[in-house]
Design a protein around this ligand. Structure first.
Ligand SMILES: [Zn+2]
Length: 347
């Protein structure tokens, strides 16, 4: 049976956190595509890879990994920050030092696992370690911001499948967080409330929730910039990982596992994404109104079609989303919360 043609929709939606407009052109999502396609190869990596710089016991650029058994972190051998002085700038072409450090967090010693394979305890341990690193790095005088992020899959530039994420901690507050500091502060000044709680209230009432537990919900937000963008929102106002109770840390870990499982189940393939933990800067400011949340940005619009950032995005600086967030949320909600590989008979 032929699909009912989608009614053309041109609409702009205000992104309340980034304070920018997003253009929706849901009727264009099905336009014919004759470019590259990107279906991921279904290869399960081995549990140990002797050439992997993240596997236990292996050599890195500097030093070697211990025979670690759980979640494990180390300082990145090729950090993006340093302590060298900068070139001389002036009032117009200003410069400042890029101070700080970068770390790598391995979720598991098992090279072949991803977040979806972690046990409840392992999920909780990852979030507990993130929290410890946020606290410790954020307490350093030169660190104004701790950005924890995961690039998953070769489509977002990660050639090593070993389950890991990265932490950048330095004297630079990344742009999206800087915008959210401002939007959170303005909302609080205008209403006395918290912008994160207002988004939560609206998403709880809307059709875009895909999962929830005692402490967190996951949704495709009304203002999604990518087709399958997912936000994980805390049920209460918190500004950073440091404010979560141990029970909430665990609930966050379980919610991340559920979101990533639903992603994989969507097309029965490992879903590539960029995940970022948005949390309050550590620059000594009052950030109690900051809207702590996690963002997932998968680059795919279909199992074999990449969302290219091109003229409107790179050239114009505004995002175009060719899909309807309500529909994409329904797709993610409809798939099972148990990973498709669990139903396969091991060979
Ligand atoms: Zn490895």
């Amino acid at each position: 049976m032929a699909e009912t043609p989608k009614a053309p929709v041109w609409e702009q939606r205000w992104h309340p956190l980034r304070e920018e407009w997003v253009l929706y052109t849901a009727h264009r999502g099905g336009r014919p595509w004759i470019g590259d396609t990107h279906r991921a190869a279904e290869i399960t990596p081995p549990a140990y890879d002797p050439t992997c710089a993240l596997c236990p016991g292996n050599k890195r650029v500097q030093g070697a990994n211990p025979a670690y058994t759980g979640v494990y972190w180390f300082t990145n051998d090729l950090p993006c920050f340093g302590s060298e002085t900068t070139s001389a700038g002036d009032e117009f072409y200003e410069t400042k030092a890029a101070e700080g450090t970068a770390e790598v967090v391995c979720y598991s010693p098992d090279h072949g696992k991803t977040f979806v394979d972690l046990t409840d305890e392992e999920c909780a341990a990852v979030v507990a370690l993130w929290t410890e690193r946020y606290r410790e790095l954020g307490a350093r005088p030169e660190v104004d911001h701790v950005l924890i992020f995961e690039n998953k899959g070769s489509l977002v530039g990660t050639s090593n499948p070993h389950p890991h994420c990265q932490i950048y901690a330095g004297n630079m507050i990344y742009g999206h967080t800087a915008r959210e500091v401002e939007s959170g502060r303005k909302y609080h000044a205008a209403t006395g409330g918290f912008i994160g709680q207002e988004i939560l209230r609206r998403e709880l009432a809307g059709p875009r929730l895909i999962a929830q537990n005692d402490s967190f919900v996951a949704c495709v937000p009304w203002f999604a910039r990518y087709a399958y963008e997912v936000y994980i929102l805390p049920r209460r106002q918190v500004a950073s990982l440091a404010e979560l109770t141990p029970a909430e840390q665990r609930a966050l870990g379980l919610m991340i596992r559920e979101v990533t499982t639903r992603y994989d189940n969507l097309w029965q393939m490992p879903m590539p994404y960029v995940m970022a933990i948005h949390q309050a800067p550590t620059d000594g400011g009052d950030h109690r109104m900051y809207p702590f949340h996690l963002e997932f940005h998968p680059p795919l619009r279909k199992p074999d079609t990449l969302k290219y950032l091109a003229g409107p995005e790179v050239g114009g600086g505004s995002m175009t989303n060719e899909s309807d967030p309500d529909e994409k949320a329904a797709e993610l909600k409809a798939v099972p919360s148990v990973h498709y590989k669990r139903n396969q008979i091991p060979n």
